[in-house]
Every structure is written in C-alpha cells, then in structure tokens.
Ligand binder design. Sequence first.
Ligand SMILES: [Fe+2]
Length: 279
Amino acid sequence: MEFTITPLSAHTGAEVHGIDLTQPVKDVVQAQLNRAFVDHSVLVFRDQHLTPDQLFKAVGLFGEVFPQHNSRFALRDCPLVHYISNQDFYADGRRYIPGEGYHTDHSNAACPPKATVLHAVSLPDRGGDTQYVNMHLAYDELPQATKRRLDGLKAIHVYQSRHSARKLMELSSESRSKVPDAVAHPIVRTHPESGRKAIYINPIRTEGIVGMPETEALTLLADLLEHATQPQYQYRHQWRPGDLVMWDNRSLLHKANGDYDMSQRRYLYRIMLQGDLPV
Ligand SMILES: [Fe+2]
C-alpha cells in the first residue's frame, strides 16, 4: 500500500496518510482508497489546502459529482462545489447554521449522494465538530422484533419536512424545478458495496411512512432516531485547517455543531458524489 490508514474510533472513521490529493494516483491505489472508504465510512485527509478546482478533480477518485439542490451556495467559478459558512442569515436576520441536527444529505433525491466531502478553509479556534453515527451498527443492534417490523417499510422524503425542527434555506424557483416533490426510500437499506444493512431515516426530510398513520409513523421514526444517535454509535470529528473529510451517506447520519464563537468565520467547501437508488 502507498498509504496507511489509522482508525479514528472502534467502528467509524479513519485517517489516511501518504496521499497528496493534488497528485494523480495509480489505479490500484484508487481501488484501495475506495475500499477504505466503504470499510470506515469516514475518511480524513489532513493538510490538503486544495483550490475548488483541485477539490473537484480530487473527488473524481471516488465517483461522479452530484449536483447539489440549493444553487445559492454554489461557488461562482466552480458551481458544482458549494460552500458551508456561518456567515449566512435567514431572511428574518437570524444566523443560519448549516447541518444542525442529525440528518443524511439530500435524501429527497431519487438517487441520493453516496458521499459528501467537506474541505476546511477557515475554522473557529475551537468547536464546530461534526458528529457521525454509524447506522449499520445501529441496525445490527436493533431488537429482532423491530427488524421484522421495519422489513419492507418505506419512508417519504421531501425537500423540507413539515416535522423538522430545523428550517432549510428556501430554494429559488429555478432550484425547486429540479428537485423532486417527494420520494419513498426503504427505512432499512443495503449498502451496494459492502452488503451491510443500515437504518436510513432523515428527520429534516422525512415526512412519514408509506401506508402508516402519521402518529404511529412519527413515533417509530423518533424511536429509531433516539436509538441510532446513542454515543456508542458515534464518531466525533474535530476539524483542523486543511482537513478534507469525506463520508458515506449510505452508512451514517451526521450533524454540525453551532457551539463556537460566531464572530469567527467557519467556511468549508462542499461537494457530493452520485449514489444509487436505495434498496
Ligand atoms: Fe449535511
């Protein structure tokens, strides 16, 4: 191997050493990196300092770029790369903290992104960690009766669930026309590369469960979320300048923290990679 891997927790996350993402890699190394991504669900590359164009090229190692839904966050010179910032505000003047509350990205797409990549450009002195929970492990440790109950159930995902505590930024009419009204995805999905099952829910976008009364569905979804977000399923990433972190949306929920000094700028590039139809 031309790189080494250091696990960051017992079940989720690994640091990759020995790769400069501005340089081409051999096919065999590309295959090993893709395998490591599936095995660890979060890969961390330190000290990368890429331009948006370099980031765009680098993620080609792992797949095709997924067009993100809200074009207001697109970088002008490289529109498939978006930004995450704590310096944006809702129309009513409140500060917008992207990514608060556990979720999986863009699950309202028919084929949601398999991966999200963030690259740290500017960070606060402390805080602003990203937390991940491993939904394979959470599924494995469900009671058998719950697994049987979930078998065959599908959840309805929309851009903004009316049950979500967090409100997303409004879509422009142009963005809205490209986003499906609603899609149904299995609540238990099978990872297309590892074959492992995972709980696939998203409190920000899940509106209900197909064929189930609303109160019953919301209770079930809340119980699953409570189970899956227990500390034993978590890896918490503390950011360093130059970090490039990519994670598997098929295997994890994640959330950002708004627990830092908001006068300090937190700014990262974000790019996503196309995934398959969840089954
Ligand atoms: Fe997210």
